[in-house]
Design a protein around this ligand. Structure first.
Ligand code: CO
Ligand code: CO
Length: 324
């Protein structure tokens, strides 16, 4: 569908637009300042209304952090069946969002709501960045090291919630992961040489990695054993608890990923799992990677080195295990 969008690429102030499948758009205002804008909203993925508001907010802000930018202002987008559902639920969603915006230091300017049979919530977010400090998807370099700042498996675990298959401690854990802002991770990383970055969301770890590989014209090697995966993910995936989005990610990535024979189909689907509010995936200069990893972990961020950028199989991903 994106093919049919009218794209204006002639405006010199447009720094990042629709053509690179990046996390947010960037428009230059002057030599020092560029505007970064993004929007995201979706239907509830957890039963707790407050947590849903917080997760939707962390998720919407994440695209700003993934550009290396600082979010400043936000607008709520609300769809709610106002005549049939308890208004307290909406109040809780908005409170969860507001608390998360306060934590991020982002100011809510307003919003818009419509009567909608299915609840939806999200935000449009605006941030600022110096034009020379933008982290796009398109500038990863050979020998870079890939760092991921949150575990994956969120899509599989939230699908288990919908099917009443997840215990309370696991629900709490996955809610925590999704509600965590990428703010600290982005702030820590700004002191290091980040060549490219994105956040891991609907296209899954491999989908977003694939965009990075193609946009940067590099190859990427991922070590499956190094990828942090939430507890219970594998067990649930083996039982077929997998969201439709993860399966379709796995399908469309088939010709973009070479899996070692030791990576079975369940592992492949986990790597393609469609995620809400995932971590930052950063392509870091080799000389800075070890120090950045330590700095992130010192902030209690569950960061891991999961792979590297290579000069082979350009535009493609190869997935191995440590022993391969
Ligand atoms: Co993104
Ligand atoms: Co997005």
């Amino acid at each position: 569908m994106l093919r049919y969008l009218p794209v204006n690429t002639t405006n010199p102030n447009l720094l990042v637009g629709l053509d690179t499948s990046d996390d947010a758009g960037v428009y230059q205002i002057n030599e020092e300042t560029a505007l970064v804008q993004t929007i995201d909203y979706f239907t509830p993925i957890v039963d707790d209304a407050y947590a849903f508001g917080a997760i939707a907010t962390a998720n919407a802000l994440s695209d700003i952090y993934a550009m290396g930018a600082q979010p400043l202002t936000a607008l709520n987008i609300v769809g709610f069946p106002i005549s049939t559902l308890d208004k307290q639920i909406l109040a809780d969603i908005l409170r969860g969002a507001s608390d998360k915006l306060n934590e991020a230091g982002v100011v809510l300017l307003g919003g818009h709501s419509i009567d909608d049979p299915e609840p939806k919530f999200g935000l449009a977010v605006t941030g600022l960045i110096h034009p020379s400090r933008i982290w796009t998807n398109a500038a990863a370099r050979i020998h870079d090291v890939l760092i991921l700042t949150k575990p994956i498996g969120v899509g599989i675990l939230t699908t288990a919630i919908k099917r009443d298959k997840l215990d309370e401690p696991s629900i709490h854990m996955v809610t925590e992961v999704m509600s965590t802002l990428n703010k600290r991770a982005a702030e820590v990383a700004r002191d290091y040489t980040i060549h490219a970055a994105t956040d891991v969301t609907g296209f899954g770890l491999l989908g977003h990695t694939s965009e990075l590989a193609r946009a940067s014209s590099v190859g990427i090697d991922i070590n499956m054993d190094a990828v942090p995966i939430l507890p219970r993910t594998r067990e649930l995936a083996e039982q077929g608890v997998v969201p439709g989005g993860s399966k379709s990610n796995h399908r469309w990535l088939q010709d973009k990923v070479v899996y070692a024979p030791t990576i079975d189909e369940v592992d492949q689907v986990i790597l393609c799992d469609a995620i809400t509010s995932g971590g930052l995936l950063m392509s870091v200069a080799e000389h800075d990677a070890a120090a950045l990893l330590v700095a992130l972990q010192e902030q209690n961020i569950d960061a891991h080195i999961i792979g590297k950028v290579v000069g082979e199989h350009i535009g493609m991903i190869r997935v191995n295990k440590s022993i391969d």
